[in-house]
Write a protein that binds this ligand. Structure first.
Ligand SMILES: [Zn+2]
Length: 165
């Protein structure tokens, strides 16, 4: 998912796109810093890895195996899908946990939550702190690696007819 308008900064970030029906992320993508094409990133884990380091280690086509800037882009930034753009540098989700983003019905914003290894849904850092405290198996998970910063919903890719607050 990825943070600001079409500024230079945001275009070097990665981004994700929620499906119109499900309102969850179904494709992850990163933009090549050289040719600006969008490349599909196969898994949330790979995507989070790229996102966490994109400022020091910008994404480029050849980071996808067998790909180069000469190959056609995997997807285009347009309104055939709704795009959301993540803030660069967000931490990777600690091992065993899952980070989930859901788009609000009115497309106004996304909400982030974490699922614990035991299946507990957690919406705040306090809940996570309490979980880690109560489950010493996960005490190595750093609280600072849980981050509720959500990607920006790109207004120009929201479907027509959605009434926003
Ligand atoms: Zn490229």
């Amino acid at each position: 998912m990825d943070e600001d308008e079409q500024t230079q900064e945001s275009t070097t970030n990665n981004k994700k796109k929620p499906a119109t029906p499900g309102r969850s992320i179904d494709i992850y993508a990163a933009q090549c810093e050289k040719c600006f094409k969008w490349r599909k990133i196969d898994t949330q884990e790979d995507y989070e890895e790229i996102r966490s380091r994109v400022q020091e280690d910008p994404f480029a086509c050849e980071k996808n195996e067998g790909m180069s800037c000469r190959d056609a882009g995997d997807l285009d930034y347009d309104s055939t899908r709704t795009w959301v753009i993540d803030k660069p540098g967000l931490p990777r989700t600690p091992r065993g946990f899952k980070r989930t983003l859901v788009l609000r019905k009115d497309y106004s914003k996304m909400d982030a939550y974490y699922i614990s290894p035991t299946g507990k849904k957690m919406r705040t850092r306090n809940e996570i702190a309490a979980f880690i405290h109560a489950n010493q198996d996960y005490k190595d998970a750093l609280l600072g690696d849980f981050n509720f910063t959500v990607p920006k919903v790109m207004e120009d890719t929201v479907p027509c007819g959605i009434s926003r607050k």
